[in-house]
Design a protein around this ligand. Sequence first.
Ligand code: BGC
Length: 766
Amino acid sequence: MILTRRLLSCVAAALLLTNSIAARPAYFDPSLPIDKRVDDLMSRMTLDEKIGQLNQLFYIAQFMKPEMIEPGLREGKIGSLLFVTDPKTINRFQKVAVEQSRLKIPLLFGFDVIHGFRTIFPVPLALASSWDVDLVERVQTIAAREASATGIRWTFAPMLDIARDPRWGRIVEGAGEDPFLGARIAAAQVRGFQGQDPASPGRLLACMKHFAGYGAAVGGRDYDAAYISDAELYNVYLPPFKAAVDAGVGSAMSAYMDLNDVPATGNAFLLRDVLRNQWGFKGFVVSDADAVGNLVTHGFAEDKADAAARALTAGVDMEMSFPGGISNAYSNNLAKLIKEKRVTTAQLDEAVRRVLEAKFKAGLFENPYADETRAASMHNNPEHRKMARIAAQRSAVLLRNEGNLLPLDPKFSSIAVIGPLADSKRDIRGSWSLADDMKTAVTVVEGIRAKVRRGVKVEYAPGVDIARAYPSIFELFFGPRPKPWNEAQGREEFDKAVSLARSSELVVMVLGQHEEMSGEAASQSTLDLPGRQRELLEAISALGKRTVLVLINGRPLDISWAVTRVPAILEAWHPGTEGGNAIADLLWGDATPIGKLPITWPRSSGQIPIYYARNLTQEPESKPGFKSRYWDIATSPLYPFGYGLSYTSFGYSNLRVSKATAKLGEPVEVTVDVENTGRRAGEEVAQLYIHQRSGGASRPVRELKGFERVVLAPGEKKTIRFTLGKTELTYWSSATRGWVQEPATFDVWAGGDSNATLQGKFQITQ
Ligand code: BGC
């Protein structure tokens, strides 16, 4: 009897299943090719449902309620949500979309997974300082694993804006000033996020941003217009984006600012000519937040409807905005625009198709939900934390180490850790750390306490407090900082720190900037250390104690005072969740610094912009008797691009070029020997620079065209090989308005930074 009942219920279940499969439209059939599925789905969609797919809205749990957006989800008016990071809420919204909306089209959840999700890795500028593309790929693989477990399937990363102005706060989000390094890091990030297939478990759809030229904001003021010549655009600003497209990046975000007076979000040259026609990009484009509506603010579009028409026809497929916010230009205007024939159905369909294609490719129709148990296992994951520690060790740059103060002698028995950032969990993580548990981050004080042997006294004093003069837009997430100290408190804390330093054998000063002093809307007029930090450093240095300066920051700062007075300086950037442990590892020699600056470090803000790949004109530095072009400071930067010390030293010799003369298009091989000339094992980033001596246009004095990591035991020597092919020797010329490779003599240098002196040359002939 029981058996028969079971059998019956099995048959009933099977029938139900067959029925529901039969009832499901063809676009749910995963065996069909994606274009067929999109065709089928689009043939069933109303105009409003199509427009809905182009509508992406913020959902910020701190000040919104699910009921605010659920009706829109049910009616198919929203295609994507961003900023939902809780798997339960994601599943709740997804359920409405896939069970209660007419066509059951799943939502695509996006978030800024920039340098980690639950586990925070070093900020992107720091990761770029590792010059370790495998590391970058592995880090983004973990970030993708953590975020995708939550139900997020799309990250607004990598940020690929070349930045040559450290006043611009978003310099922290990119890979620095150089297109060659930037391109290698861009491709590594895309591979890390997307793997072979963004739909596979643990992967995310990547979104390269901000397309393009955002890093060149006038005066370093965030969102300001950029004026970039075509030659600079093609040779400097676009290569990382091109590399991401070649690596298969699935989406792109249009930038906020005007590029040569045409807003990037309404810029058909960028979004159609370059991205689609020249590069063959197949993914979809989303606007930056409210950037479509803001075409009116730019003085470009007449009103929101005009803005929607211009953005869509220029090539922005999806609009990112706030529910009921200032933009919503697509959702409020596209139907009318179609009716008035200002936008054609074909143009609308093209955008909808791209968005749906991405959803099918991401496997959302088969797999719409987050696995809440898997999501929970991503909190405090020990494997991920291990990687975060390694990444932080490898991202730090040793700027100075007089008398080999570092690594520290374990015999110090009393240590003063001083500075407003030394024990700050919030600041160790850096900008865009919005989904982690801040409590689990390790500060420098905690890292040092865990490192030193028993009986060593480690004491902490903040000494000074620092604050933004104007609040940050991100205070929304963490609330405002504590009130600044009053004058009396300030004096007392300052004195306390100085007397703690006086009574200690070793001083570790941890100075720099709060995490929200870099990032979006965090431009800065000078590179000065905020608050009274320099004064504190001067007062403590005057004590004559052994002093190490650790910098926690997201941009180069004016440290010219310190570089002649403080014996050891370690640039740790915002190193992430495991930052404090990694810094302690580096200070005590359990890890060796291997980082190199991905950006030229100015002496002061007056030198900005300053970058190594500049053109030489009248009165070059190489002229005999050259002193400086400034009358008040040296022309050279404080530290050159590519610079970074180690606990050992490296020697370069024997630079060979495979042929003295090569024909256009033929590759040239350059080899160089790198030797560990110190007494500790170490790792070096061997760098290769070229200069084209003549041509149809002036070329930069040096350009990075190769780098290789090399691990060496003391006394060990290895030969490194670089290939300079057609790609490396080609540039975009303003003389011919196109890509050229020209017959010319080329200088080539190999070494440990962009001032490398070991030189060779070769000639390219017709
Ligand atoms: C930023 C983007 C970011 C977006 C969503 C914007 O303000 O410019 O980089 O992806 O917000 O958070």
